[in-house]
Design a protein around this ligand. Structure first.
Ligand code: G4P
Length: 526
């Protein structure tokens, strides 16, 4: 195998997603411990700040600083190079999270056994489904009282709209939790409530082995055999290809806090999870093994220091080898750029790297050249697809309050939109600028950053809107007719595309019923 193929096949780039508090930080930390990337539990806990006083913008600023460090966590495990991409946990960061999912090859979903599937997980799963991203589910907190595991499986199927297949099975739950039967490896893992100790494994020959009865008692052993029989009857055998196609999600049970079930999850993950996959560009499909380098910017992190408007652009390497100081084409501007100080993220430290391979993320210091979605290549003209914006759910008119600073405001708005902080629409009826976000907090962030980074002052004016959706039609007459009838509710986005501003769910539904020739899109990419 060539070096490139070899490097690609050992890479696993993924994100852990969950509703806040399900245990994402804890699981991430335990994975890093196994990778030897950190040495003490608690090292990732700076993440905790994410949860405190999030309505306060000072906290946002702190979070932005911290999240640079945890944006990408790379480590080596058992010959594999693993890259975990952090997905901001708070609801208000949903847009950023959505976009991070475009840069991963698979995801692990963490679900709290007591709470089941929660709102944010549901939304993130929609993105995974759209992209057929392979998904593994970790049901966490088995050491606490929770729901019946069969009920949890049903809920996962219904709420996440994906078939599931348990690959481990719990023996009791909460105070009586004794461990899991590892269906994937046919072994019995016993639980001891201890944060540092790793799972104790009982080697068994078959499910009938009396060592199971000795380890967990006859009653629980009988129940386990019954459960497993039921599982085999109800769920088809696990098929890796179906997992890779995003059609079935294997499920593991454990307790991240007690490091229980985590190594088993990781061992299975590295074996079955995909290495970097081909990515669609508008021009053609790009395969990771191609010689020519290509990559795209999926995230831009503005620096904390307002005096130097420097950023870090996060580039996902899609094909070929990325090399420091090599000339690369920035497709949107046509410029040739060289990067003297690209950084890789190993074990939470940023280091300058000389090379990177498909699946890796490189951080490129930037002074405003990049926009989300930009492509870099060795020479070929490529535009990668798959960086959709989602129709925002909160809207405000933005008004300038300092007429002397209108240029600064204009520039600030442009740059923040390039960074993907929110979306800008121009209302065609009154010409006013409308900012749409997926979370309330972003308005505060925008106002604060406009003032501190651009010296511009703005004020928000409320508008009651339900959703902004992109519209199109194969029938130009029908489209014109719709726009005329709804002219008070039409806007354009930054690319000049038509957007319908629906002020209620009812209005939107009526419009969908009354205008069958019009297609309504809730994602910018269609
Ligand atoms: P998040 O990143 O998904 O938001 O969740 P995080 O890992 O921070 O975990 C949320 C809370 O759940 C934490 O408690 C954490 O210790 C706890 N937790 C995680 N995994 C398990 C588990 O397997 N069993 C039990 N019983 N608890 C678990 P906290 O009180 O918010 O924080 P801390 O003070 O304990 O650190």
């Amino acid at each position: 195998m060539s070096q490139l193929t070899d490097e690609i096949s050992r890479r696993r780039t993924f994100a852990i997603i969950s509703h806040p508090d399900a245990g994402k930080t804890t699981l991430t930390e335990k994975l890093l411990l196994f990778g030897g990337a950190i040495h003490i539990a608690g090292a990732v806990k700076s993440n905790k700040i994410k949860k405190t006083a999030t309505s306060d913008w000072m906290e946002i600023e702190k979070q932005r600083g911290i999240s640079v460090a945890t944006s990408v966590m790379g480590f080596e495990y058992d010959g594999y190079k693993i890259n975990i991409l952090d997905t901001p946990g708070h609801q208000d960061f949903a847009e950023d999270t959505f976009r991070t999912l475009t840069a991963v090859d698979s995801v692990i979903i963490v679900v709290d056994v007591a709470k089941g599937v929660e709102q944010q997980t549901r939304r993130l799963m929609e993105v995974c489904r759209m992209r057929n991203t392979p998904v593994i589910i970790f049901v966490n907190k088995l050491d606490r009282e929770g729901r019946d595991p069969f009920d949890i499986l049903d809920e996962l199927e219904q709420e996440l709209k994906i078939n599931v297949r348990p690959l481990s099975w719990p023996i009791n739950i909460g105070a009586k939790f004794k461990g899991v039967y590892n269906i994937y490896e046919h072994s019995l893992d016993l639980f001891t409530p201890d944060k540092q100790k790793i799972t104790e494994r009982v080697e068994i020959e078959s499910l009938e082995d009396s060592r199971i009865d000795n380890a967990i008692g006859e009653t629980d052993a009988a129940k386990l055999r019954e459960d497993l029989e039921l599982i085999d009857g109800v769920y088809p055998e696990f098929n890796v290809n179906e997992y890779l196609e995003g059609k079935v999600a294997p499920v593991f049970f454990g307790s991240a806090l007690n490091t229980f079930g985590v190594k088993e999850l990781l061992d299975c993950f590295v074996k079955i999870a995909p290495s970097p996959r081909p990515i669609d560009a508008e021009e053609r499909q790009v395969k990771p093994v191609e010689d020519g380098f290509s990559g795209f910017v999926f995230k831009i992190h503005a620096n904390m220091d307002p005096n130097h408007r420097s950023c870090i652009a996060f580039v996902k390497v899609c094909s070929g080898k990325f090399e420091r100081n090599a000339p690369y084409r920035h497709i949107r501007s046509g410029k040739t750029l060289k990067f003297a100080a690209p950084t890789a993220f190993m074990a939470q430290r940023k280091n300058i790297v000389d090379e990177a391979f498909p699946g890796d993320i490189v951080g490129i210091p930037d002074t405003g050249n990049f926009k989300i979605g930009d492509t870099l290549t060795s020479s070929e003209t490529l535009h990668f697809k798959g960086l959709p914006s989602f129709s925002p759910e909160m809207f405000k008119y933005i008004e300038n309050t300092d007429p002397m600073k209108s240029k600064q405001l204009e520039k600030g708005i442009q740059q923040l939109m390039d960074e993907g902080v929110a979306q800008l629409f121009i209302n065609q009826f009154n010409g006013r600028k409308l900012i749409g976000t997926v979370g309330q907090l972003q308005f505060e962030v925008i106002q604060y950053r406009l003032l501190h980074e651009y010296g511009a002052q703005c004020r928000w004016e409320p508008i009651s809107l339900y959703k902004a959706c992109w519209i199109e039609s194969d029938n130009p007459v029908a489209l014109e007719n719709f726009k005329r009838r709804k002219h008070q509710f039409m806007a354009i986005d930054r690319e000049g595309r038509d957007v319908f501003l629906a002020d209620s769910g009812y209005v939107l539904q009526m419009a969908q019923n009354d205008f069958p020739d019009i297609k309504f899109h809730f994602v910018s990419e269609f």
